[in-house]
Design a protein around this ligand. Structure first.
Ligand code: SF4
Ligand code: ZN
Ligand code: ZN
Length: 317
């Protein structure tokens, strides 16, 4: 197997692109794809302040590394979620990367700042851990970016993540979620920061190899709460398809964005307002994050802060 560019020994074969690359040309291919995604989708400009959501896993660390390498002003945000040893290890790897690059790292510890981590939050509210965790992450990413004056939030979602999410949304025809599934979510309100996914065309295998070649030490274990998650099943199914149909994941996501998503514009018209408690955007009086944490901190019941009435626990944000 020879490199497409220089004919040296290749370190990876990319069947979806009918190409193989040596170390040097794989790294430039990877970086160029990220740069093209940023430019083509107008994700951000050189003068933007970018906040990268960094879990300590391969995708977010690879993304942060590429952005720093391209000269962007990119700081990291790490949430310590309070999921046992997994969270401690994730923080350690993230800190190690940040200090090795001399990059700014902002840390938020759920237990210290809000009273409990995801495991306790889940048991106090009766919500499955990923639901409580996802809700808290979405909220805090937006809040920290706004409070600290960042113009854009970047996450490490890769092609496998996007294809698995798309498959899940299609299987249950979640039209509102499909309308929002995009590599760029613009700032539609002053309280909602722009969100981008610069790795959305690169696979997990590619981000893992990028980290390996750049000697980036990342958390290899999955979060213990991911065991049995439907997204992992969808990834397995898509990988089996990809083995027989190289490029299918890429075309699945690409053609969805090109042909189907423009038809779903009307699904994006939801009535958004500011949360009565925290002022962050929500589709109801009190945002899902405030409801969730009120419930956790008051022994299982959420109350309206202004009227004192008990409120329904629904997930919409
Ligand atoms: S797997 Fe679930 S609990 Fe673990 S980090 Fe992801 S969303 Fe949170
Ligand atoms: Zn080469
Ligand atoms: Zn709120």
């Amino acid at each position: 197997m020879r490199c497409l560019k220089c004919k040296e020994n290749a370190v990876i074969e990319l069947r979806q692109h009918n190409a193989s690359y040596c170390r040097t040309h794989f790294l430039s291919y990877f970086t160029n794809r990220v740069r093209q995604n940023i430019e083509h989708r107008r994700m951000f400009a050189p003068d933007d302040r970018i906040l990268v959501a960094v879990s300590g896993g391969k995708d977010s660390l690879a993304l942060w590394d590429v952005l720093l390498g391209l000269g962007f002003n990119a700081s990291g945000l790490h949430l310590h979620l309070g999921i046992g040893e997994y969270s401690n290890l994730s923080l350690e790897k993230t800190r190690h990367f940040a200090s090795s690059r001399g990059a700014e790292l902002i840390e938020v510890n759920l237990a210290k700042e809000y009273g409990m981590g995801v495991t306790e939050l889940s048991s106090k509210t009766g919500r499955v851990p990923c639901s409580a965790c996802g809700q808290s992450k979405r909220y805090l990413f937006n809040k920290v970016a706004l409070d600290r004056g960042f113009s854009v939030l970047a996450t490490g979602h890769n092609l496998d993540d996007e294809a698995a999410t798309l498959l899940g949304n299609v299987l249950s025809w979640q039209t509102q979620a499909l309308a929002r599934q995009s590599p760029v979510l613009p700032r539609t309100r002053p309280t909602l920061v722009k969100k981008v996914k610069p790795l959305y065309t690169l696979t997990e295998r590619e981000t893992a190899l990028y980290c390996l070649l750049k000697r980036i030490d990342y958390v290899e274990d999955e979060c213990p709460n991911a065991l049995g998650a439907k997204s992992l099943l969808f990834k397995e199914v898509l990988n089996r398809l990809e083995e027989n149909m190289p490029g299918v994941k890429q075309s699945f996501v690409k053609l969805f964005l090109k042909r189907i998503q423009p038809l779903l514009k009307s699904e994006q018209d939801v009535d958004v307002r500011d949360c009565a408690v925290c002022g962050q955007p929500t589709t109801r009086e009190i945002c899902a994050f405030c409801s969730l944490w009120q419930k956790a901190l008051s022994g299982g019941v959420a109350y309206n802060a202004s009227s004192g009435a008990q409120i329904e626990d629904r997930r919409i944000d």
